[in-house]
Design a protein around this ligand. Sequence first.
Ligand SMILES: Nc1ncnc2c1ncn2[C@@H]1O[C@H](COP(=O)(O)OP(=O)(O)OP(=O)(O)O)[C@@H](O)[C@H]1O
Ligand SMILES: [Mg+2]
Length: 705
Amino acid sequence: MQDGGQDSRQDRVSPRRERLHSFIGFRLIAALAIIATVGIGTAALSVYVFSSYGETVSDLVAIESGRQADISRFAEVATGIRADMPRLVFARSTETRQESRARLETAVAGLADLLERIGRTLSDELPGSADLAADLPQALAADIARIDANVARHLEIRQQVDALVVRLNRLHDEALREIEPLIVDTDFNIRVALDALEGAAPAAEGAAPQTELLEGELSFAETLWSAHAHVNLLIGKLLRVAQAQDRDVIELLRQDVGEAVAGTGDMVSLLAQAASTVTLRQALADIARLGAPGGELFDLKLSEAALAGESAVIVDEAGDKLDRLSRLVSGAVASAGRRSVEAAASARDALARGTVLLLGLGGLLAVVALVVGWLTVGRQFIPRLSSLLKSMRAIAEGELDAPVNVTGRDEMGQLADALRTLQGRSQLARRRRLELVEINERLTHEIGERRQVEAKLLETQEELVQAGKMAALGQLSAGIAHEFNQPLAAMRSYLHNARRYLDQANTGKVREKLEQVSDLVLRLADTSNHLKTLARRRTREAASCDPVPIVLRAAELFRMQPGAARIAFDLPQEAGGPMVRADANRLEQVLINLIGNAVDAVEASEAPRVAVAVRAAGDRVEIEVADNGCGIAEDVLAKVFDPFFTTKGPGRGLGLGLSISYNIVRDFDGSLRFAPAEGGGTRAILELHRADEAQEARDAAHGGI
Ligand SMILES: Nc1ncnc2c1ncn2[C@@H]1O[C@H](COP(=O)(O)OP(=O)(O)OP(=O)(O)O)[C@@H](O)[C@H]1O
Ligand SMILES: [Mg+2]
């Protein structure tokens, strides 16, 4: 009763209260929530720190690599400009000049874009980077324009110098064309004069003019050769002047050429003696004029040298500008690189600090986890759980009185309550089990005793059955003796008659009598067989058998009795009807009892009649033994199957017939019942299983009963 009350109290705990009492769950959830919050915070912080510093570093890398790319591009463009400027300076044609200028202008425009970009990224390192990006390309463009103008002028001068060189070459050719015939003529005159001198006597009158003439020719020839050499020398010097580029070289040549030009004047004066040298002198004078130190050639060459020098200066200035710019940009990039390195170092330091912070937070998290774990699990959970486990183990090992010390309203406390309830129930169950064991032992003892009684009873029953059979046999023995005496008397009579007929040699009659004897012998044998069968102990085997011959055999026993002569037996005539599952001997025993009872019942009847019918009813076979006897009263009917119940007088009945029959029929899994017959009397209805054909075949194969 107490347990039931506790159960009902526990059943009444609402889910809401259960949730409220779920302290362990709450504490664990709270502890896990704290740990999870700290863990998530740490993770979020680490993600933020590492991603922000990662972005910083990647930005630095991108900026630095962009700067490095710009620097190398700047160096490339500057080198291109440096290389293209001399090409412009030394351009020898207008096409080359224009091409070089266009390339330089493109490079300068590219440089302007590059400087603008560099200036943007290096605004801290290059404070005036915007001006620089605007000024330097403009200055370079102006330099290029100046160089281009110089080169244009230079090309014009060169054309003029080339024209002068052409003129000088022509004058040179002209002078040589004049000198060479004169030299040939003079040679001829000299040979003639020499020939004349060789033919005349040295002291002769005409020898003196010939000598003068010869001297004059010789002198003229010398002048001509000098003029020839002089003009070649002068032209050679002037052509060197035309080729010279350096101002100092030109100045040196001017002095040299000045002396040569002065010598040309003397030469012209000498040649002036001969009238045939007019053209030659004119050519020499023209050459001297063109090549004079203050003349056109030197003017042009000095202008050309001046232009070249000016261009060289402009190129140097442009180179200086590019150098200065290179240094500026390189310095700025180096400074920016240092700042990038510093930024990277500061990012690394920050990451290191972040790592230390994260480690600290991780340690804090571990400490929090340990403290929370110790508070919730170590102090609250484990000692109580251990105590509970100890109690459970003790109870499981049979110590049902072991104390359960854990208390509380949480799950552990509820578990302890449940364990206490279980303990109470187990104690109750143990008490009940002990009682049951006691009862069981008692019952086992009683069953043993009953089994012994039953075995004894069975034995007694078997003996009683046998005794019943013997009693029936005893009762029948008078009738049997009568039956045996009758046939024996008849046989004696038949044999006597047969002997007589044999003496008369009436073989037909002898045969007839012998056959009658034979029939009687057979009948006696049958009777003998019946008695053997009745005396045999029962067997429990049921087989397939035809009930009709069994009925006839059983009825035959009674028909032989002397008192049975007036009884009309109505018996089944045909064998081969439905077969039944039964042991033939025991079935015969049942039928003997039933027919015997019917014969006893009709004793006082006026027209006694006993009818036995065999009929099939579905899978059953009914054997009905009906009589028109005294019938069975209601109170008697309730007891007819009781052993030793009889209404018959002493020496007439033991009251065992129906009891034994009932047991036999039960062994066949059949039934036996009584019903009143129409017009008075009784119907004993025996119901047996019908034997199927397959079973019949098997029984036939085994040779039947
Ligand atoms: N056909 C019947 N008509 C009237 N009464 C019967 C009939 N069959 C049985 N009884 C009654 O049932 C009683 C019990 O029968 P049961 O065969 O067991 O014993 P019994 O015939 O008296 O003696 P036993 O058979 O041992 O010689 C009988 O004494 C009788 O009163
Ligand atoms: Mg009987």
